[in-house]
Design a binder for this molecule. Structure first.
Ligand SMILES: *Cc1c(COP(=O)(O)O)cnc(C)c1O
Length: 419
């Protein structure tokens, strides 16, 4: 459910016509629906009602200050994968005790930053990292609260680039080795074992992989208990998928039920790290058609947003609905590639897409672009990163201004020998 709907053939975000935002901020821009974000957070969090839980929103899906602030207000914590995301979370007012830190390649400065800040838990992904965290904790005189990220070797049945819980993936420590890592951790005075963690992949549209991962983790928790290691917190990671086209992912409620069943009779506190499911369908990328072009065998719609603004189609061959912001009156539907201005053949937003007829100057909405959209955007081809806007009811505000040409060179300098 989201609040991007047509009224009288015009697409609105809540009560604001997207056309009006385009007139005010120019194109392209990302628009997020406050009401949708709030609804998604509450539905997800509510699915775990009764359990001791913390919903740590995964910052990398969309790390906008406004969105982090909104989730923080709703009681959420944060799942981070870098020092930069820790900074963003603290800036947005998220309590350090609600922040968990995953990632295979944490640097010393990032580990120190996390320890000094006093975050809830570091999710460790290798034995070398465990040793380093122990050593830094001792140096700083701050005990490190840790979990081991377990790779349960389950197939999340998703795109290979976003599966993370298979043996061949770089993430986590496999189940047998994790047992050893916990035994080692138990001997290290400066680490405090608080949890166990997994994250098996992203855009998961079936319940079975989650069930399998849960079963595997619960088994490991029992084995650890037998060796005297008590796990207090289970971090299930993120990964719940959304509908981009015709996928039918499990409801948060169904997912919650599976978790509830697995945790019955335990006293485990639960951490969840949803990203996409909270923000994906709460955001849209609005772009303007620059040109139409008919090739030898193809129809092209050339728009002012490109792969640097929304990488998912190019990177994962991902599908996004592309819809007119104002429905045309009549005209035959057409089949076209919707492409950006970038000098790469991989620069497309949709391919061989049947769509309503469009002309230069028309606005198009690229739907379901709230997750891994702006956060993956770049300045490739010295394109300015676009504006981000949030709408609530009949109001809208820019939450990140469009970059300027001056921003492009702001961090650069010419070496003295070239002056
Ligand atoms: C990316 C990521 C998430 C969020 O994944 P979604 O599929 O967006 O829910 C959660 N935890 C970790 C460790 C991640 O890397």
């Amino acid at each position: 459910m989201h609040y991007f709907q047509y009224h009288d053939s015009e697409l609105y975000c809540e009560e604001v016509p997207l056309r009006r935002i385009a007139e005010s901020v120019g194109t392209p821009f990302y628009i997020y629906s406050h009401g949708t974000l709030k609804r998604h957070f509450e539905a997800f969090d509510g699915a775990f009602q009764g359990l001791e839980r913390l919903v740590c929103y995964s910052a990398k899906a969309n790390s906008s200050q406004a969105i982090l602030r909104l989730f923080a207000r709703l009681g959420g914590g944060l799942d981070i994968v870098s020092g930069g995301e820790l900074f963003r979370g603290l800036q947005a007012g998220i309590a350090p005790g609600k922040i968990v830190y995953s990632g295979v390649g944490k640097r010393i400065d990032e580990i120190d930053y996390a320890l000094q800040t006093g975050i809830r838990m570091l999710n460790l992904e290798s034995v070398e990292e465990l040793h380093l965290v122990h050593q830094r904790a001792e140096t700083l005189g701050k005990r490190a609260p840790i979990a081991i990220r377990v790779n349960p070797d389950v197939d999340p049945l998703t795109h290979p680039y976003i599966s993370t819980g298979l043996k061949k993936n770089k993430f986590g420590i496999d189940t047998a080795a994790a047992l050893e890592a916990y035994r080692l951790a138990a001997t290290l005075p400066w680490v405090d074992i608080v949890g166990i963690d997994c994250h098996i992949g992203s855009q998961i549209t079936q319940a079975a992989p989650f069930r399998d991962a849960l079963a595997s983790l619960m088994e490991l928790i029992r084995e650890l208990a037998q060796t005297g290691i008590r796990i207090r917190t289970l971090d299930m990671g993120g990964g719940l998928g959304i509908t981009y086209n015709d996928e039918q992912p499990p409801d948060p409620a169904d997912y919650g039920k599976a978790v509830r069943e697995a945790l019955a009779g335990t006293e485990l506190a639960l951490i969840l790290e949803p990203g996409r499911v909270l923000v994906g369908n709460a955001g849209v990328l609005v772009t303007r058609v620059l040109y139409r072009k008919t090739g030898d065998s193809k129809e092209f719609v050339i728009v002012d947003a490109g792969m640097n603004d929304l990488l998912r189609p190019s990177l994962y061959d991902a599908y996004h609905h592309v819809q007119p912001v104002v429905h045309p009156q009549g005209g035959a539907r057409m089949v076209a590639d919707v492409v950006g201005p970038i000098c790469e053949s991989g620069d497309f937003l949709a391919r061989n897409r049947e769509m309503a007829p469009v002309n230069s100057g028309d606005l198009l909405a690229v739907m379901s672009a709230g997750a891994y959209g702006y956060s993956m955007s770049s300045n490739y081809c010295s394109r300015l990163r676009v504006a981000e806007v949030m709408a609530a009811g009949n109001r809208f505000e820019v939450i990140r201004r469009r970059e300027t040409y001056a921003d492009l060179v702001a961090g650069e300098s010419v070496p003295g020998f070239l002056a």
